[in-house]
Design a protein around this ligand. Sequence first.
Ligand SMILES: Cc1cc2nc3c(=O)[nH]c(=O)nc-3n(C[C@H](O)[C@H](O)[C@H](O)COP(=O)(O)O)c2cc1C
Length: 207
Amino acid sequence: MTHTTTSFADAITHRRTIYQLTKTSPISDQKIKEIASLVISQVPSSFNSQSTRMVVLLKEHHDKFWGIVNDILKGMVPEDQWAHTSQRLGGFRGGYGTVLFYEAPEPVKKLQTNFPQYADKFPTWAEHTSAMHQFAMWTALETEGMGCNLQHYNPLPDQKAAAEWNIPLDWSLKAQLVFGGLAEGARENLPKLDKQPVEEKLFVHGA
Ligand SMILES: Cc1cc2nc3c(=O)[nH]c(=O)nc-3n(C[C@H](O)[C@H](O)[C@H](O)COP(=O)(O)O)c2cc1C
């Protein structure tokens, strides 16, 4: 496996939400698979549940997923809002791939049985576990020159996606990370974010 040499600080600073994507990946499919393998094997989970499942859809599979979302939403979104929705979905479809983040229920149920005192907490911790994988994947892909954005079109496509990619129906879809090459100026034109002063959000005692 090849290792990236970007520092962790540089990687988390470089990560942004990028919507202007292309269908040309700056890295090979093999490298994408390596990054996904690294993330799924090294990112921690609550009580080591290892409940996260990632489905990586590339090229025509990515197109198909966003086609499914498009078809479902077309029947739901009011006509006067459709142009906006359809344009947004077209943007996602214009990328190279999508990572679907699922949580499998079995590991969580097992923990609830084994640790009944935390039973009500495990579903929340499963959400945290998923989020950790999402952040790691997002940051790692952007470190390699990809642009990414995170979406939440769930549970709408769950059933059709399950049928299409042989995904167990009881896996719960949490988020979709869209990724692709950077359209010209996509990173340069990103809005400067309004950041709340660190002192209002970070409190250190004892340093
Ligand atoms: C937990 C979480 C959920 C998000 N959900 C969405 C989403 O559904 N759609 C979207 O376009 N962006 C989504 N975003 C992107 C945020 O709006 C974005 O990260 C934030 O405004 C900071 O901008 P940056 O990513 O460029 O640093 C999400 C981000 C996080 C961390």
